[in-house]
Ligand binder design. Structure first.
Ligand code: NAP
Ligand code: ZN
Ligand code: ZN
Length: 352
């Protein structure tokens, strides 16, 4: 059984530290990947610190994984040794329920297998899945993605979660020419959302609490940037949005954003704070038939479609590449919204 080096949290309060883990030998349909880069998602921080009360320990985070294929099982047809491959937030699902058959494995009725922190239904490695803050991973072919030519591996890694999590709802709720779309929060998710909304042709407005991100927001493609701490700017936004995609990682008042939706507009929450948002007022929703919705990553086929879309439109993440030894510091900086706009671990650093 191959072993790998990783960085793991042993408890909700312990910093991430080196740990050896086991990976399974490739089964006939498995792809083994030597990880070169792994993005640092805010969900990794929520999970490592058990903020969602669901973390089994030890926890090896990481679900924005890119690397080279090192071995393939005998029945693998889509990948060969040396290919650039990627893994996102899921490594398996039931594959038989209506959601799976529909290509929405992330909504699997029987629960999909998280890339890390899920009981592993496929035996041979550890009992709990371990993520991409590690030197290798073995995943069944159906859950492995292709990185198209022309995408830089470091800048492509965040597409596997931040990318699909914003692309999927923008497609589902129809970001397109003639529509006005708001993106709330310019972090890992938000900076992908701005780029996708613009590329899909929507009039794109970024909302940020950070006045120092206004120029970046425009460079990423926002037609307008609203500093959400400025009441005057916020008041001027009433009734103008078809869709607002909220990527914020912390609880905050959603009511001002609800009032910005047009009649029949929708606010989609993808940010997943550890504690609830303050209550939503009912009247602004019922008087304009506004909706509130949620969205979770995206299916495997759509993730591949998103990667291909990125290659075609020259879209990628803006990344700060770090050695794995700086992960705890990176978590602290992410909490202060002090990253432009995604940390990505250079896994070669693990050998140091
Ligand atoms: P991130 O890089 O830390 O970005 C979050 C952004 O939210 C910050 O950059 C900041 O943007 C804004 N923000 C932070 N605290 C705020 C506050 N108190 N009030 C208002 N705005 C605040 O995080 P991320 O990786 O993009 O993830 C964002 C959230 O999405 C996390 O909760 C994560 O777990 C969740 N997530 C969900 C899914 C899904 O499938 N639904 C997938 C991935 C991640 P500004 O500085 O611009 O204000
Ligand atoms: Zn994520
Ligand atoms: Zn299923």
């Amino acid at each position: 059984m191959p072993s790998a080096s990783s960085y793991a949290a042993q408890s909700a309060t312990s910093p991430l530290a080196p740990m050896a883990i086991q990976r399974r030998d490739p089964l006939p349909t498995d792809v083994e990947i030597e990880i070169s880069h792994c993005g640092v998602c805010h969900s990794d921080l929520h999970m490592a610190r058990n903020e969602w009360n669901m973390t089994p320990y030890p926890c090896v985070p990481g679900h924005e994984i890119v690397g080279r294929v090192t071995r393939v099982g005998a029945k693998v047809s889509k990948f060969k040794v040396g290919d650039l491959a990627a893994v996102g937030c899921m490594v398996d699902s039931c594959r038989t329920c209506p959601s799976c058959k529909d290509g929405n494995e992330q909504l699997c009725d029987n629960g999909f297998t998280l890339t890390y922190g899920s009981p592993d239904k496929i035996p041979g490695g550890a009992e709990i899945t371990h993520g991409g803050y590690s030197t290798s991973i073995t995943v069944t072919e159906s859950f492995v993605l292709r990185i198209p030519e022309g995408l830089d591996p470091a800048a492509a890694a965040p597409l596997l979660c931040a990318g699909i999590t914003t692309y999927s709802p923008l497609k589902h709720w129809g970001a397109a020419p003639g529509r006005t779309v708001g993106i709330v929060g310019l972090g890992g998710l938000g900076h992908m959302g701005v780029q996708f909304s613009r590329a899909l042709g929507a009039h794109t407005v970024l909302f940020t609490t950070s006045a120092n991100k206004v120029e970046d927001g425009k460079e990423l493609g926002a037609h307008e940037v609203v500093v959400s701490r400025d009441e005057k700017q916020m008041d001027a936004q009433a009734n103008r949005f078809d869709l607002i995609l909220n990527t914020v990682s912390a609880p905050h008042d959603l009511n001002p954003f609800m009032n910005m939706l047009k009649r029949d507009g929708t606010m989609v929450l993808v940010g997943a704070p550890a504690t609830p948002h303050p209550p939503l007022m009912v009247f602004p929703m019922i008087f304009r038939r506004r909706s509130i919705a949620g969205s979770l990553i995206g299916g495997i086929a759509q993730t591949q479609q998103m990667l291909d879309f990125c290659a075609k439109h020259k879209i990628a993440a803006q990344v700060e590449v770090i050695p794995v030894q700086q992960i705890n510091e990176a978590f602290e900086r992410m909490l202060k919204s002090d990253v432009k706009y995604r940390f990505v671990i250079d896994m070669a650093s693990m050998k140091k």
